[in-house]
Design a protein around this ligand. Sequence first.
Ligand SMILES: C=C(O[C@H]1C=CC=C(C(=O)O)[C@@H]1O)C(=O)O
Length: 451
Amino acid sequence: MKLWQKMVDDVVQAFEAGRTAVWGTKRIIRTTTPADVPLSGVLHWQLSIPAVFSSDPVSNRVALGLGAAEVLHGTGPDAMGDIQAAIRSLDDPEVAITWFGGFAFDPTQPVAGALQGWPHALWFVPTLTLMREAGSDCVTVTVVVPAQWDAAAVRKTLADICTELQKSPSDIEVKSTASQARPEVGAVHDEGSWRQLVETAVGELQRGDLHKVVLARQTPVDVQVSLGEALARVLDAYGSSHVFAMLWEQRWLIAASPEQLVRVTDGTMAVDCLAGTADRSADAATDEALAGALFSSEKNRIEHAAVVRVVVDRLKLVAEDITVPRAPVIKKLANVQHLYTPIRGRLQPGMHLFDAARLLHPTPAVGGVPLAGALQFIRQHEGWPRGYYAGAIGFVDTAGSGLLSVALRSAAVAYPRATLYAGCGIVAASDPNEEWRETEMKLKPMRLALG
Ligand SMILES: C=C(O[C@H]1C=CC=C(C(=O)O)[C@@H]1O)C(=O)O
């Protein structure tokens, strides 16, 4: 509490001393204090303010955001472009801001199901951002206020957040009965209906209109653990993935994404092509045999090559010095192993992380080839709204560096219920039984986290 009081005083002092910057039509005040703070321990499923958690395995940066100093919503087919334009119009190069958020998979479809009510794009600057990197922690407070506000109003905004953070779950009123009831999530495929769905796709793929389509399914579970425990479990088993959780309107999206849609660090760009999957084994020799079989499987190589081809073609429009390894390597995760091709390059001058994301999403790792036909097939046959599953989640800063991960190995939580998601690439040679097994493997991270 002492730390909190100091942060509030710092912000009010900065405001009174005029250390603020213009932020659109408002003013922004930011103060940063070094502090050793518990990270995921602060979070719980029933928080009543927006929140975000992000653990990035590449930069080793863990961030926790609470409250929303500024929020951007995007709706409709160019939700990504709208958010990009809004961020650009607000960002002041003098003020280093990190935005957190995500994009739904298909902005032409309503976000129904477990995250019903979320817009197609949702980005925010937390009021309180706790950042842990390279062994040092700091807390940044960001307040955005109308130009005419006085110090008392600034102090009150911060006091309100403090009150929210001090509430225990039992103090929090669940806003609507909708979030208590199991939401209308659409089709929940069992093994039989999944097999039929895959057979329908294979029929279409064999006729030759489609080359690849990624089909997914959802499954409900009851949440058995606290959010802190869920995050700790996922970080322990899937620490090499981008572990991300975001709370909006009393619903969480949580993911352990193994796939970077695009990362930009000072103009250098990294894109992952991840497609083609095999099981893991505790026995080293069997595990290597599984990896070898995956590497030489024609069906998996076709599925993978479709992603690399499309990603490289689209990247040429925004990037230069693109390097593409000649063959994929094997990426091992705790539950599965994948064919993996890391693509690297530089963003062309003037291009932004979101320009690359707009071109790349959805890659054939989550959509298909040709894209329009695959999306049409998904909308017509999958039977449930994907919402944020297979969308893009992450963060971006004022300088344009950031990460958007593909929202895979993910779940939506309307506590105490959750919906888990998993999909797989279908090509003409796919076997429906194998594809069911693959979705079961891919459900493991979130089953481990929540069950
Ligand atoms: C669509 C998913 O995985 C994609 C990423 C890696 C491997 C995939 C595959 O082998 O089918 C998928 O393309 C998912 O995990 O829900």
